[in-house]
Design a protein around this ligand. Sequence first.
Ligand code: HEC
Length: 143
Amino acid sequence: MKWPLPATFFLLAASGWAAGDGADWEAVTAVCGKCHTTAIFEGKPRSWDRWNDVFAEMTQHGANGTTEQLMRVTRYFLENLTLVNMNTSAAEEIAGVLGVSDEVAATIVERRQKQRFNSIADLRAISGVDAAKLEQRKSRISF
Ligand code: HEC
């Protein structure tokens, strides 16, 4: 089994699989709830690099799923359990955590090269950033 790259997150979004309909979580319970409960990681965010280490380790233990399930798991972890730094993290991680398009994430990366982000308010000022998602996810965002 090969884990999808973060970029496949966009394929998923582009193919119209709605997020937040519960299907992503169902994929997580199907793929990651086979050997231990999901409580082992629920509410315990990590950086995307660290999640990728976990995914690789679980694959060695025998974790498996269909491509669709793995893409859903990827999206679930990015949207719900990943920590990002607005001044250093990759664009695809920012897109996943903020729930914004590729273009908005690229705008954020461009802007930080000129001027650092220092607060949630700085982020809210970027066009295309969803204030409600930002509020909901702010504990996973650092500067
Ligand atoms: C085939 C069985 C199996 C599946 C499926 C599985 N795991 Fe695990 N997992 C294990 C075993 C065995 C351990 C304990 C040994 C260890 O820590 O590597 C473990 C431990 C963990 C831990 C605690 C160790 C740590 O690094 O903090 C986390 C978190 C975890 N799994 C996440 C996941 C996630 C996320 C998935 C789905 C992508 C998953 N697991 C699917 C077998 C599995």
